[in-house]
Design a protein around this ligand. Structure first.
Ligand code: FES
Length: 87
């Protein structure tokens, strides 16, 4: 379980083990688009401002992962207890 703060929307959401960041964002009405939901298409990409992402997609390169400025919300999670997204 970790928290996701949406900087623009001004809300903080909790992501439990059995849900994805994408599901939690959409449930909160943020309407992040998605397609494959398997980390291969890039549709659900969201900019990251703070926090360490646990990248589980098959799209980002090693340098993009290390830059930690974006994430695929359908599969990726957090290594830190909180992520701040530019949403
Ligand atoms: Fe395709 Fe997330 S919906 S990478």
């Amino acid at each position: 379980t970790f928290e996701v703060e949406c900087a623009q929307a001004g809300i903080t959401l909790t992501v439990p083990e059995d849900r994805t960041v994408l599901q939690v964002l959409n449930d909160a009405g943020l309407s992040v688009p998605c397609s494959c939901e398997q980390g291969v298409c890039g549709t659900c990409e969201v900019p990251v401002l703070e926090g360490e992402v646990d990248h589980r997609d098959s799209i980002l390169s090693a340098s993009e992962r290390a830059a930690n400025t974006t994430m695929m919300t359908c599969v990726s999670r957090a290594k830190s207890s909180r992520l701040v997204l530019d949403l």
